[in-house]
Design a protein around this ligand. Structure first.
Ligand code: XMP
Length: 220
């Protein structure tokens, strides 16, 4: 995945036409499109290949099972055309290794959730987030998912993993995080959903966030 605009669209709509229209509209402002259960359950797995025309696709299935099942899930995800998959880290090293093995067979990427962006993410996951980040680094994951709602945590996790892994960070806009703060804290990409796909003019909304990131990177 190339780091250009540093933004990923979370496309959590449930209508195929709407999804394709938004993807086309905002493609110049995003480096990837994240597709998850809302869209795939509503429209089918084929939507991944259709959207891949506009940007690389990250399949957000938060895979969290035993190694064999994880292997079967990841195989389906990559066969469907996804460039990367998001998996949970709390299931342990063997489950993560299974995902990374399949991803390397397909030459695709794995992102590991280290800590979640919503308030409940601080209840159970945050206390083990740093251990998950270290495990993901040792296992050879491509990146981590860390919360834009807590830039100080992104900073801490960046310190732990150094430059070895990338960080994608959801929670910008609707959940309260600011794109520029999270990029400054060390995220490679911010993930933005509702602030773009629910905007009256998604293209304008994406363009504004992209401009904010650009200004941060220029040091303004
Ligand atoms: P919004 O609409 O809040 O969408 O901009 C955010 C998107 O990111 C997903 N999400 C997460 N995924 N770890 C993840 O792996 C997280 O901590 C996290 N927080 C939000 C959410 O499902 C939506 O697609």
């Amino acid at each position: 995945m190339e780091r250009k605009t540093r933004m990923i669209l979370a496309l959590d709509v449930s209508d195929r036409e709407e999804a394709l229209k938004i993807a086309e509209d905002v493609s110049e402002f995003v480096d990837a499109i994240k597709v998850g259960y809302p869209l795939v359950l509503a429209t089918g797995l084929e939507i991944i290949r259709e959207l891949a025309e506009f940007a690389p696709i990250i399949a957000d299935f938060k895979v969290a099972d035993i190694p064999n099942t994880n292997r079967l899930i990841c195989k389906q995800v990559f066969e469907a055309g996804a460039d990367a998959v998001i998996v949970q880290g709390f299931t342990g090293r063997d489950s993560l290794d299974a995902c990374i093995e399949v991803a390397s067979e397909y030459r695709r990427d794995v992102f590991v959730v280290s800590e979640m962006s919503h308030p409940g993410g601080a209840e159970f996951l945050q206390p083990v987030g740093e251990a998950i980040a270290r495990m993901a680094s040792e296992a050879g994951a491509f990146g981590l998912v860390a919360p834009a709602t807590r830039p100080e945590r992104v900073k801490k996790i960046r310190k732990i993993i150094g430059d070895k892994l990338t960080i994608i960070s959801p929670g910008v806009g609707a959940q309260g995080g600011r794109a520029s703060d999270v990029i400054a804290a060390g995220a490679d990409w911010v993930i933005v959903g509702r602030s773009i796909y629910k905007a009256e003019l998604p293209k304008e909304a994406a363009s504004e966030i992209a401009a904010e990131i650009e200004a941060e990177l220029r040091g303004e």
